[in-house]
Ligand binder design. Structure first.
Ligand SMILES: Nc1nc2c([nH]c(=O)n2[C@H]2C[C@H](O)[C@@H](COP(=O)(O)OP(=O)(O)OP(=O)(O)O)O2)c(=O)[nH]1
Ligand SMILES: [Mg+2]
Length: 140
């Protein structure tokens, strides 16, 4: 049986309803694909703890836990593991976004997300984000 890998990720959203995506650097698996910032949940961490830690490491900003809204999740069978990835939404943070791991980041409109190749696990999440951000959503 494949191990279950728990990864926490966030869709950061700016005042123009754009989403931040990051391009995975060359040294990582799935290099070149665009992803939601985040990373693996380590032993003893909650998904929210892991996300705040990863986002500080990757983007040098502080997320406040109460600003993390659970949005959706990805569940995808990769060859060597099964990915379970809660995706949170966050519209406020402290600090200026500064990529710290050599990754390129981009603010993208929901309708344009399909121009950026993402890992297969992420594909089912895109229409949900498009619905949330391109319509007159009561949630934002
Ligand atoms: N962060 C993130 N990971 C994703 C997404 N989609 C997706 O399939 N993944 C996969 C890629 C990796 O196999 C795994 C997360 O790995 P990661 O490389 O971000 O983990 P990490 O930040 O803890 O990095 P590392 O130090 O362990 O290399 O989840 C996504 O949208 N965001
Ligand atoms: Mg990561």
């Amino acid at each position: 049986m494949k191990p279950l890998l728990l990864v926490a990720a966030v869709a950061l959203i700016d005042d123009d309803k754009r989403v931040l995506i990051a391009q995975r650097p060359a040294r990582k698996s799935m290099a070149g694909l665009w992803e939601f910032p985040g990373g693996k949940v380590e032993a003893g961490e909650t998904p929210e703890d892991a996300l705040c830690r990863e986002i500080k490491e990757e983007l040098d900003i502080e997320l406040c836990r109460t600003c993390l809204a659970p949005f959706n999740f990805a569940s995808h069978a990769y060859e060597n593991f099964h990915l379970l990835m809660p995706l949170y939404l966050c519209r406020t943070w402290e600090g200026d976004i500064t990529p710290r791991e050599g990754q390129t980041v981009k603010w993208v409109r929901a309708l344009d997300l399909n121009r950026y190749p993402m890992p297969p696990a992420d594909e089912p999440l895109i229409p949900w984000l498009r619905d949330l951000l391109s319509g007159a959503s009561a949630h934002l």
